[in-house]
Design a protein. Structure first.
Length: 385
C-alpha cells in the first residue's frame, strides 16, 4: 500500500464479512478497475484467505490478511458491507450494505458514529434510514447519504442472463414454470422451523421446477466459529445435497442468487430481503409466516417485532406479496399464483419503484461517486448537507 500511495494512487479498501458478500461490491470494483491509473483496490474478508481475489475471479484485487483494518492509515476510502466494520479514522468510511436492511429496527450508536457516508439502494432505504436517524440524531448528523443504486442487481435488470442456458445448467426443464425457495438464515425462520419438509411439499407439486437457494450464512462450514449461530447446528449443504438427484429440483450452492431469480416465476420465502430483488421482475412472492421469529428471536435481539413484520421500511416486502399462514395451504397457493401471476404483479411493481435508484447502473454510479468523493466534487449528489 505504501508504495502505491507514494506513486500517487488513491487506496480503496473493501471490507466484507464472508466471500458471499463479495457480490454486493463486485459491480463497484469492476467499474473502478477501469480507473487503475487513479485507484488501487484492496479487499479484506473476515472469513477468507489471501487467495480470495483469485478465487473470485479478480486476480488484480489485492487481499489482506490483517485483522486491524482501522490501523491502515494509507487507505483513502473504506467501503464496508457490515455496519459494525471499523475503518481507518482518516479514511472516508462508506457503508454499502449487503442487501436492503430489514428486520433490524434498532442500530448501534457506536456503529453509526463509525460511518461517514451511506450509499443508498433506493427511496425505500432512505425511508428506513430516516426512521433510524430520528432515534439517533446526534449519531447520524455527520453521515452523508447518496443516491447510489444497487450494483448487485445491474445484470438482472439489464437482462444479461439467458433463461434456457441457466435452467439447462441446473438440469431443469425450461418448458416448466420454476419456483425458487429462498429462506433467511435466522433462528425461527422457515429453514429452522420447517426444515426439509417444506422442500418436500414443493417438489410434490406436479409440473414445476424447484430451485432451493439458501443464504450463504446458512451454509457456514462446520469448522467455522459461526456455524452454530448461523445454521442452528445443521450442515444444510450436506442435508440438502440429495435433492439434486430429483429431476425437477436443484439445490444451488453458488453465492449469487440473481441468475436464479431471473429464471424463476414465483418465490417462496419467509422474511428474507431477497424478496425485494425478486419484485423488480414484477413476479409473485409468497411469504411464509414465522411467528417464532417475530415473537422470540427479534425480542431476544431487542428489535421491534411489530415494525419488522408490518412496516414497509423494515419487513422485506411482506406487504406486497401474499402471506401463507398455514403451511398446509402452500401447494395450492403456489399453483394459484403460478397460474395467475398478475394478481400480485401490480403490488410487486409498486414496491420495485420504491426500491431502486439508478436501475441497472448501480455499479457505474457508485464507482463514479467514489471517484468524486476522492476529488471532493460531490456536493450536487448529496441529499443532505
Amino acid at each position: 500500500m505504501t508504495r502505491e500511495k507514494a506513486a500517487g494512487h488513491s487506496i480503496i479498501l473493501f471490507h466484507i464479512f464472508s466471500p458471499g458478500q463479495f457480490q454486493f461490491i463486485a459491480g463497484i470494483h469492476s467499474h473502478l478497475c477501469l480507473k487503475r491509473q487513479q485507484v488501487i483496490c484492496y479487499l479484506y474478508c473476515e472469513q477468507a484467505s489471501s487467495t480470495l481475489g483469485g478465487d473470485l475471479g479478480f486476480d488484480d484485487l489485492h487481499c489482506l490478511s490483517t485483522m486491524k483494518t482501522e490501523e491502515l492509515d494509507e487507505v483513502n476510502i473504506f467501503i464496508q458491507t457490515e455496519i459494525y466494520a471499523r475503518g481507518p479514522q482518516e479514511a472516508i468510511r462508506i457503508f454499502v450494505g449487503h442487501g436492503q436492511p430489514n428486520k433490524v429496527t434498532n442500530w448501534s450508536s457506536e456503529n453509526l458514529r463509525a460511518v461517514d457516508a451511506y450509499f443508498l439502494y433506493g427511496p425505500l432505504e432512505l425511508e428506513m434510514f430516516t426512521e433510524i436517524r430520528s432515534h439517533y440524531p446526534t449519531d447520524c448528523d455527520h453521515i452523508q447519504i447518496y443516491e447510489a443504486g444497487y450494483p448487485k442487481l445491474d445484470d438482472q435488470i439489464n437482462g444479461r442472463y439467458n433463461r434456457e442456458q441457466i435452467l439447462e445448467e441446473l438440469k431443469l426443464d425450461p418448458s416448466l414454470k420454476t419456483v425458487i425457495y429462498a429462506p433467511a438464515w435466522d433462528p425461527g425462520g422457515a429453514l429452522s422451523t420447517f426444515g426439509t419438509d417444506l422442500i418436500d411439499m414443493l417438489k410434490q407439486i406436479p409440473d414445476i421446477n424447484v430451485i432451493v437457494k439458501l443464504r450463504p450464512a446458512s451454509m457456514e462450514a462446520p469448522e467455522s466459529d459461526y456455524f452454530s449461530f448461523y445454521t442452528g447446528g445443521v450442515n444444510w449443504k450436506e442435508e440438502l445435497q440429495h435433492y439434486n438427484s430429483h429431476a425437477r429440483v436443484s439445490f444451488v450452492e453458488d453465492h449469487l442468487i440473481n441468475p436464479l431469480l431471473f429464471v424463476s416465476d414465483l418465490m417462496v420465502t419467509d422474511f428474507s430481503g431477497v424478496a425485494l430483488e425478486f419484485m423488480t421482475l414484477k413476479r409473485p412472492v409468497l411469504f411464509l409466516d414465522c411467528p417464532e421469529f417475530y415473537e422470540k428471536t427479534l425480542v431476544e435481539w431487542q428489535q421491534d417485532p411489530e415494525k419488522a413484520k408490518n412496516d414497509d421500511r423494515f419487513n422485506g416486502g411482506r406487504n406486497y406479496g401474499q402471506v401463507v399462514y398455514d403451511i398446509g395451504n402452500l401447494a395450492s397457493t403456489v399453483v394459484h399464483h403460478i397460474r395467475n401471476p398478475e394478481e400480485l404483479s401490480a403490488k410487486s411493481q409498486d414496491m420495485a419503484q420504491r426500491f431502486l435508484y439508478n436501475p441497472g447502473k448501480g455499479g457505474e454510479v457508485s464507482a463514479a461517486l467514489i471517484l468524486e468523493i476522492l476529488t471532493s466534487k460531490i456536493t450536487h449528489h448529496r441529499i443532505n448537507e
